[in-house]
Design a protein around this ligand. Structure first.
Ligand SMILES: O=C(O)CCC(=O)C(=O)O
Length: 275
């Protein structure tokens, strides 16, 4: 059992995130990278744009991480013992590309209420200031939801380029992770990330998010998997775990899920971004 320690719980409560937490080995992270890159090679369009969502539905190794008991122990410390997975995202920044993530609050556009949920960011490669790790505005989760501009700016990995203005970026905390470590962050903490200036890709596998069974999707439909405990609310449709790598039927399920997700992310917007 690897529940969060009192110090880690305090960090989450005070700062809106907790990091770093060891969850898988460097070797396991490398195997996962290889599986991601195999999918990219076999089906080049599968993991780009909206395809980067829910890769755990077609990759047994990403499915394993999603249901990893060390991660779930930490998550349980924050949201209780009845836990659902309601989606995942691959945040990949290739070397020499202009990918960044504008400062935002996840709760602003994800549609999950109440905020009994947490996001786990698992480093598949090392993630540091040089290759554009996440940066957190510590303590910002204690405020209400902030106004976000929709910038649709080039290179922004967020669907609509949602951006909180006037973030004191020089005061933000870089979440430096070794491959195999994770961070957990709160639905309302303001965070973003800069460009990858290294010669290798930076890969984050993000369980976005683990939700308590009492959490509803108020902007559309999300299917879920039961990760731990019991679901006595049954607010969501249950989705199967992958049968094998790139299984044909699983690819279809992923596509359907991602179409639903796009509707949530673009709700109320007449314009579509690059992702
Ligand atoms: O991977 C990144 O750089 C940003 C990820 C992010 O915004 C998130 O996990 O909520």
């Amino acid at each position: 059992m690897t529940y969060l320690s009192p110090n880690q719980l305090k960090q989450y409560k005070d700062e809106g995130f907790v990091s770093p937490i060891n969850v898988i080995s460097k070797e396991e992270a490398k195997k996962i990278r290889n599986e991601i890159e195999l999918i990219e090679k076999k089906i080049p369009e599968e993991l780009v744009k909206s395809g980067r969502y829910n890769a755990h539905l077609i990759s047994p190794l990403l499915d394993e991480v999603t249901h990893n008991s060390k991660i779930l122990d930490s998550v349980q410390s924050l949201i209780g013992e009845d836990i659902l997975v309601c989606g995942t995202t691959l945040f990949i920044k290739n070397a020499n590309e202009k990918g960044f993530v504008s400062y935002h609050q996840d709760a602003k556009y994800i549609g999950l209420e109440p905020y009994n949920w947490v996001t786990a960011w698992v480093a598949i490669t090392d993630s540091n200031e040089h290759n554009g790790c996440m940066r957190m505005w510590s303590g910002s989760h204690k405020d209400d939801l902030k106004d976000h501009n929709q910038k649709f700016n080039e290179g922004n990995l967020l669907t609509r380029g949602q951006t909180v203005m006037n973030v004191p970026t020089h005061e933000t905390t870089p979440l430096i992770l070794k491959a195999g470590q994770m961070s957990l962050h709160h639905p309302t903490v303001v965070h973003g990330s800069d460009l990858n200036k290294s010669n290798d890709r930076r890969i984050g596998f993000v369980i976005q998010s683990y939700i308590g069974t009492n959490v509803k999707q108020v902007l559309g439909k999300n299917s879920v998997q039961l990760a731990r405990g019991n679901d006595n609310y049954n607010f969501h449709k249950i989705i199967e775990r992958p049968k094998s790598l790139m299984d044909k039927n699983d690819l279809k399920i992923k596509k359907q899920e991602n179409d639903n997700l796009q509707e949530i992310f673009y709700k109320g917007s007449s314009k579509k971004g690059a992702y």
